[in-house]
Design a protein around this ligand. Structure first.
Ligand SMILES: NC(=O)c1ccc[n+]([C@@H]2O[C@H](COP(=O)([O-])OP(=O)(O)OC[C@H]3O[C@@H](n4cnc5c(N)ncnc54)[C@H](O)[C@@H]3O)[C@@H](O)[C@H]2O)c1
Length: 465
């Protein structure tokens, strides 16, 4: 039987159990936030497509360790991601993948075989597969010491200080000074572990470790052009409006549909647009976040083309179909975000609008064909710029490697646009949205239950007299 995610039976109004107070005091103890205008950015003309770039110079081997042999690392039909492919283009024959770490050994061996059967064999012919980082550490020769570790394991296994889910701390311990690339979101564990993620961020900062988190949309040329317009015109962002509608029919991973595994679609996926919103709007006043959801067991939440069997997921862990949130930025600006599990087919429909005095900057279709639609002072008409060859996945990897190699003459040229600490703040926002939507859902169920109790008391008892 379907049961609502929250029981209306509690004697206390659900919203009284607020978590924001607890979090408010935690936030106060952290260092003051940076404002959006100070966030790193890159001149968009410097974001060069992969096929127009040349391999980075040098002749020495560039050792890399991959953690995770899944879609993000080796590609899939679901999207354009594939870090191994971008690293091959960036590093050419210098790339040596010394280890591929994944408990699914057969999967790891299968992807390696494909690489060894192709023209990039030189990067993979000596790659060894390990189930754990510890196994690699025990077997590693000095020659195999990595210069970078690329982490693409599921977020439920990282981002904390708990044994088995502390891969960042393990890498920092065994390989001090080695650069880290970590996929988004930085974790998906319970919200009370958030402080542990911030502690990892602090260790990364204190040890001056090069670390980039995979919020690749920040590297879109369109996004950097928006940043440039804001900067060049000395604008203050007034509002961000973000919409992320995924094509649920193409999402076949059962874990994605299970909040106990993925933490839900806002934390796992909508995170990209919450992050972009922060990139433009600045820090969010977390206590201001309000949200509503359309749940799986409400009439409007029925989906006809799911490719997974949702009945295998516990009712309380099934994901909402729509989540919509609003918040205040510390600057005074406002943000809104809507995540939808509503479209079929394969392409997502995602848009971000940024408003400032006289300006509307609209980012459309960032995953497939990015377009920037602009309205500026002095002209009511919209102007469109298209970016047909843009590849933000390549740009984020390219900038990461350039920073490690420290080759740029111009220190402004290469930038890591998403630090671990910044990514923690995006993670915090997505959890705040999820919690706010669950609170308002619980409030609504409580109100309905109270109303029906009141109606029952008012109705005359037909059996009396
Ligand atoms: N930036 C993007 O657009 C984008 C796109 C896809 C995935 N991602 C992110 O990449 C991460 C991985 O996603 P994916 O689609 O590749 O998942 P996946 O399920 O395809 O692959 C994950 C792999 O990690 C392995 N694994 C599990 N536990 C491990 C552990 N403790 N250590 C090492 N490996 C382990 C699994 O066996 C699996 O092979 C997620 O955080 C996801 O959000 C980002």
């Amino acid at each position: 039987m379907n049961s609502p995610p929250f029981s209306p039976l509690s004697s206390r109004r659900p919203s009284e159990r607020r978590m924001s107070d607890r979090r408010g005091s935690q936030i106060a103890s952290r260092r003051p936030s940076e404002f959006a205008s100070r966030r790193p950015s890159i001149d968009p003309s410097r974001l060069i497509p992969m096929d127009k770039t040349i391999h980075i110079g040098g002749a020495d081997d560039f050792n890399v360790v991959f953690i995770g042999a899944g879609n993000i690392m080796f590609g899939s039909d679901e999207g354009p991601w594939n870090h191994s492919f971008r690293l091959e283009h960036k590093l050419g024959r210098r790339l040596k993948v010394v280890a591929l770490i994944d408990p699914a050994v057969e999967r790891a061996k299968a992807v390696l075989q494909k690489k060894c059967d192709s023209f990039v064999v030189s990067a993979y012919q000596d790659t060894r597969v390990y189930k754990t980082l510890d196994d690699f550490v025990r077997a590693m020769t000095p020659k195999e010491r990595p210069r970078a570790v690329i982490v693409g394991s599921p977020p439920m296994f990282r981002g904390t200080l708990q044994a088995g889910r502390d891969i960042e701390m393990q890498i920092l311990k065994h390989f001090p000074g080695v650069a880290l690339f970590i996929e988004k979101p930085i974790a998906t564990g319970p919200v009370h572990e958030l402080e542990e993620s911030f502690q990892i961020a602090k260790t990364i900062q204190d040890t001056k470790t090069i670390c980039s988190v995979g919020y690749m949309l920040r590297y879109l040329k369109a996004v950097q052009m928006m940043k440039q317009i804001i900067h060049d015109n000395n604008l203050t962002v007034m509002a961000t409006i973000a919409r992320y509608a995924c094509a649920y029919e193409s999402i076949a991973k059962p874990d994605w549909w299970d909040k106990s595994k993925s933490a839900g679609p806002v934390v796992e996926q909508g995170t990209h647009f919450c992050d972009l919103s922060r990139y433009f709007g600045g820090e969010v006043d977390i206590t201001s976040v309000t949200a509503h959801s359309l749940e799986w067991n409400e009439n409007a939440g029925q989906l006809s083309h799911m490719r997974i069997d949702e009945s295998k997921i516990a009712p309380e862990n099934r994901i909402p179909r729509v989540t919509t949130a609003t918040w205040k930025y510390e600057s005074g600006a406002v943000g809104t975000f809507t995540h939808l599990v509503a479209l079929q087919g394969t392409n997502y429909s995602c848009e971000l609008e940024v408003y400032a005095d006289g300006y509307q900057l609209k980012l459309l279709d960032p995953y497939v064909q990015p377009v920037l639609v602009m309205r500026k002072p002095g002209d009511d008409h919209e102007q469109q710029v298209r970016f047909p060859e843009d590849d933000p996945f390549f740009s984020e990897i390219s900038n990461f490697i350039d920073i490690i190699e420290d080759i740029e003459e111009d220190p402004e040229a290469s930038q890591i646009l998403s630090s671990f600490e910044d990514a923690c703040r995006t993670y915090e926002l997505t959890w705040a949205i999820r919690e706010a939507s669950e609170r308002s859902r619980a409030d609504r169920l409580y109100a309905i239950a109270e109303e029906s109790k009141a109606t029952a008391t008012e109705e005359p008892d037909a059996t009396a007299a």
